[in-house]
Design a protein around this ligand. Structure first.
Ligand code: PAF
Length: 268
């Protein structure tokens, strides 16, 4: 077995590293520290913030035969990676929860990993599955991985900007005074999602979003956490990408546009 390279030393990157090491898998992390001993990695997992993906992979300059597995939040950087690198590209997302304090990471919730092939050769699919299934079991393969990624983006496009704007935890969104705004956000984005092939109606989307808000009620969303810590948020890869896709389809999403501008306005 080769070595697993991980770019991004945030909570999920570190959780993956810890769990792979526990499964006797050799790991190297390219995070804040300079990269050492990485040349023998046979697969790279990209766990950076969405807006760091391109620069991080450029700095890595991976051999074109090595598979890249993009696990960052949101969408958009997959297209840039596909354009600029010849590497086989896999995409994934996880519902595992992790919390990092310095170099100590704790798993806050067991989940799943959804992944699939996006571009290039598929010869390393078995290795990709093996690594993800060791780190974030169960790893579930999707023929069209963009569908679970769009589903996750839809949930994030409601929970993240609202909680960041109002400085509330996820569970606050269950209150009755949020329901009209949530309904507006969902009905605006549903046709955009349908155009991507996501077969969920307004009611199903609303139920899925509120279920996540309920299951993660005491949690601070990643966007609110970024805002509180004075970090740039991932609004461009979530709401921004949604708005761009809507514009390309000629669909109006004014409530999402307003949230995008609002959160961007306070981004550093
Ligand atoms: O970004 C996040 O924080 C999470 O994806 C979610 C689902 C919104 C729960 O906090």
């Amino acid at each position: 077995m080769g070595k697993v390279g991980i770019i991004g030393g945030g909570a999920i990157g570190q959780l993956i590293a810890k769990r792979l090491q526990a499964a006797d898998q050799e790991v190297c992390i390219k995070g804040r520290e300079p990269l050492t001993n990485s040349t023998d990695a046979d697969i790279w997992l990209i766990c950076t913030k969405s807006y760091q993906v391109l620069d991080a992979v450029r700095a890595l300059a991976p051999s074109p035969s090595l598979p890249l597995v993009l696990l960052s939040n949101g969408l958009g950087s997959h297209e840039q990676l596909a354009q600029q690198f010849a590497n086989p590209l896999y995409l994934g997302t996880t519902t595992y929860g992790a919390k990092r304090d310095g170099n100590v990471v704790a798993m806050t919730g067991r989940g799943q990993c959804w992944y699939g092939h996006y571009k290039g050769g598929k010869a390393q699919l078995g290795r990709v599955h093996q690594v993800l299934n060791l780190a974030l079991p169960p790893a579930l393969f999707f023929d069209n991985v963009l569908l679970p990624l769009w589903r996750k983006l839809a949930i994030n496009a409601v929970i993240n900007p609202l909680t960041a704007r109002d400085n509330v935890n996820n569970g606050a969104l269950l209150a009755s005074h949020y329901q009209q705004e949530i309904a507006r956000l969902v009905s605006e984005m549903q046709p955009v999602l349908a155009a991507q092939g996501l077969a969920m109606n307004v009611e199903q989307l609303t139920t899925a979003i509120l279920a996540v808000a309920e299951a993660t009620a005491p949690n601070t969303s990643s966007m609110l956490a970024d805002k509180k810590a004075g970090r740039r948020t991932e609004i461009d890869a979530i709401t921004g990408y949604l708005c761009q896709q809507a514009a390309a389809l000629g669909l109006a999403v004014p409530s999402h546009q307003a949230l995008w501008q609002h959160i961007k306005g306070s981004d550093r």
